[in-house]
Design a protein around this ligand. Structure first.
Ligand code: GLP
Length: 243
């Protein structure tokens, strides 16, 4: 538990930087699973600062983002491609060929193949070393909404009404929020070596409590994280207030 989001973000960013440097000195890539939303922004700010001030290079980093709305143009204001470029990639030396984000522009009939290829690319990269996560108020991780089982992999999903309502402000109204998304599955996430879930603010306290203390259930997909051997929940006081 941390006093605030910026303290927690610093801890996560430092862990990532250490891992990236360890791998670089062994001549190896570091595979990161990345998240969007307001929660991980502090981690990205800190990584950018370390790149600028502390010689942190991300040239050996391979990234796989969790999810993207569908359909979604990459230059749209709400696109996760744009989010990642603006909040991280444009400011560091990660190689563009090492960046992977689910594509919100592909034809619907090709989504299945795209998702299979996404899984294959993660496997070919050697699996995810460290997965960053936020959490939605439905208990979703990525866009794995309630009823996403532990064996789900990358696929197209239907967004829950709570999730769409939470996104409405960003989209200037509920009617503009896509009904679908492409997301890594729960199993894809659980396959990561380390998982770091961050949650900040009072509005996350109820779902944090159910995720950490509740029974493991597909009605709250984040509860599957309890089965993982190297997961850490990093929270501020407000998000942890019901624990
Ligand atoms: C979206 C993302 C999730 C994220 C969640 C919470 O649904 N797909 O990955 O965890 O929002 O967002 P925030 O961090 O802004 O609270």
């Amino acid at each position: 538990m941390f006093k605030n989001a910026s303290e927690a973000s610093q801890v996560v960013a430092t862990e990532i930087a250490t891992l990236v440097r360890e791998r670089a000195s062994a001549g190896k890539p570091c595979v990161l699973g990345l998240a969007t939303g307001s929660t991980p922004m502090g981690v990205y700010r800190e990584l950018i600062r370390m790149h600028r001030d502390e010689n942190l290079s991300l040239r050996n980093v391979v990234t796989f983002n969790l999810d993207e709305y569908f359909p979604m143009a990459p230059d749209a204001a709400q696109s996760y491609v744009r989010f990642m470029n603006e909040n991280l990639f444009d400011h560091v030396d990660v190689l563009s060929e090492n960046v992977h984000i689910p594509d919100g522009t592909i034809a619907e009939e090709s989504v299945g193949k795209f998702c299979d290829d996404y899984e294959s690319k993660i496997a070919a990269a050697g699996g995810i070393d460290l997965q960053l996560l936020g959490i939605g108020r439905t208990g979703h991780i990525g866009f794995n909404e309630p009823r996403s089982d532990a064996d789900t992999v990358t696929r197209m999903v239907v967004l829950n009404s709570v999730t769409r309502n939470d996104a409405a402000e960003n989209f200037d109204g509920l009617e503009n929020v896509p009904h679908h998304a492409v997301t890594m599955g729960v199993q894809t996430i659980l396959n990561a070596q380390r998982i770091r879930l961050m949650a900040y603010g009072e509005h996350k306290s109820a779902i944090v409590e159910r995720t950490v203390c509740g029974d493991i259930t597909e009605s709250i997909p984040a509860t599957f994280l309890q089965q993982h051997g190297d997961v850490r929940f990093l929270m501020d006081d407000a998000a942890a207030s019901k624990l």
